[in-house]
Design a protein around this ligand. Sequence first.
Ligand code: G
Ligand code: G
Ligand code: MN
Ligand code: NA
Length: 254
Amino acid sequence: WDVVARATAGLAAGEFRLYYQPKVDMRRGEVIGVEALIRWQHPDKGLLTPGLFLPMIENSELALPLGQWVVREAVLQAAAWARQGLALPVSINVFGEQLQQEGFVDSLAAMLRDHPELRPEWIELEILETTAMEDIERVSGVIETCSRLGVSFALDDFGTGYSSLTYFRRLPTRILKIDQSFVRDMLTDPDDCAIVEAVVGMARTFGRKVIAEGVETVEHGVALLQLGCELAQGYGIARPMPADAVPDWIHHWR
Ligand code: G
Ligand code: G
Ligand code: MN
Ligand code: NA
């Protein structure tokens, strides 16, 4: 099927949804935020996860409009939570192409101005390590402008892009997300464990926060804590859920 054409119609018809996956501080036992993850509620095919459609859309003319929808939807949700008294940082995945847009920062700033109940510190943008390194000049510029607004960046899937330390040092991202492939096998594969340990060390050296994704079991959590990684996200903590399930989940966690 023609995914891009169908998704273009689906976007207009309101078929996309954002699910939210909690991120926690394992040591303090606190919820530190949620990551917004797109889903497509397809009328015939059911609820589709991004792996089934995003790769086709990413390099199409739909990438920008869909990416803009994601940012707007997530910011509106964060503002709605703020009005309910829930101060919950929301992480939003952005395509490299979105950051290339002249108006990206201005439109984000306008949304924040429209929602004074939402502190800019509660918005975090996630960008793939590989994307960030493709155009480091431009991306560091956008990161710096966003930082002045109060919005921070995380480097997603960190470790998969083989970034040189020189490049990494020039990217002012506040957070590193250790890719789930390393986390998944860290208990059985000494090399993956060493990579996790190295990324934690790098984060410490360069004054960045570090979070592990793909934390599926208690054993993973324990091993991460031993390596000094306190922040985690994964099915072992919670699966991505609809926005209206989030407040209850937070209330009952622990
Ligand atoms: O949920 P799933 O594991 O299928 O996600 C696959 C990939 O899709 C992940 O790498 C995730 O970062 C990406 N992704 C999920 N939601 C969004 C989104 O709203 N925007 C962008 N750009 N990427 C997303
Ligand atoms: O690349 P990114 O970090 O944005 O991808 C997040 C994706 O990983 C989401 O689509 C989410 O569904 C998936 N995910 C989150 N936690 C786990 C986990 O513990 N195990 C696995 N296999 N996938 C996970
Ligand atoms: Mn992500
Ligand atoms: Na990731």
